[in-house]
Ligand binder design. Structure first.
Ligand code: CDP
Ligand code: CDP
Length: 226
């Protein structure tokens, strides 16, 4: 099989990282979580106590920091300047600020360049918001994965309720709707479906069903496997 690239875009909680990781495993490809890279910059901004309106300073911080994605036993690990921040980048403080940081032109320019370099040898499954439209416009397979806002909030709720019993479904739903709006309405590389992306609405689909659908799309598009 000739290696090829798969771009998976879609809104928060659609299942992108879960599905992208499994598809990469099945194909023996490398998984790249671009959201984790925007979260890493946001984590650094919070560490440095930078005011969120200091766009230029945030861009400069992104230039100076080193972000590494490594494959660990429990999935992908994220390092900033050598420190493991895998868990910290998922904290609510980061989630609340990340869409703002991700709207800064210089930050996007730097991270997009890094993401494109990661995919030059092909054999990559990359998930995010602008992969099919901007980062890898020539990806052989493009998927736009979505689900209703309610279903996405319920998925997050099930995921977080053990560790954060105080969280309310309504709060999660409002947070997801707010981020959807910011990501869809920003000026640079907004979240939109690429014209040539296959739309997969996973509202009533299980994880394995979505993975199998994407593998089938790969077979149809690039003639991979049986
Ligand atoms: O996992 P979740 O859906 O909560 O979000 P994520 O994939 O970790 O991405 C966090 C945020 O980063 C998104 O809400 C976007 O604002 C931003 N992002 C982006 O702008 N472009 C990407 N390629 C990936 C993420
Ligand atoms: O990366 P993204 O924000 O798009 O979503 P995720 O973090 O991969 O998935 C959010 C949650 O939904 C996880 O707990 C998944 O296990 C779950 N999920 C699901 O229940 N059904 C699916 N078809 C896909 C994901």
């Amino acid at each position: 099989m000739e290696p090829f690239n798969i771009a998976i875009d879609g809104p928060a909680g659609a299942g992108k990282s879960t599905i992208a990781r499994l598809v990469a495993e099945r194909l023996g490809f490398i998984y790249v979580d671009t959201g984790a890279m925007y979260r890493a910059v946001t984590w650094k901004v919070l560490q440095l106590n930078l005011p969120s309106e200091q766009m230029e300073q945030i861009g400069h911080t992104a230039e100076m920091m080193q972000i590494e994605l490594k494959r660990g036993n429990a999935g992908q690990q994220v390092f900033v300047d050598g420190a493991d921040v895998t868990n910290e980048i998922r904290l609510p403080a980061v989630t609340n600020l990340v869409s703002h940081v991700a709207s800064i032109g210089r930050v996007r320019e730097l991270l997009v360049h890094k993401q494109q370099q990661m995919a030059t040898s092909k054999g990559v499954v990359m998930d995010g918001r602008d992969i099919g439209t901007h980062v890898l416009p020539d990806a052989e397979v493009k998927i736009f994965l979505t689900a209703s806002v309610r279903e996405r909030a319920e998925r997050r709720f099930r995921e977080l309720t053990q560790s954060h019993p105080e969280l309310k479904l309504e709060t999660l739903e409002a947070d997801i709707a707010r981020r959807d709006k910011l990501d869809q309405e920003r000026e640079i590389s907004p979240l939109v479906r690429a014209e040539d992306a296959v739309l997969l609405d996973s509202t009533s689909m299980g994880i394995n069903e979505v993975v199998d659908s994407i593998l089938q799309i790969c077979r149809n598009k690039v003639g991979w496997g049986i």
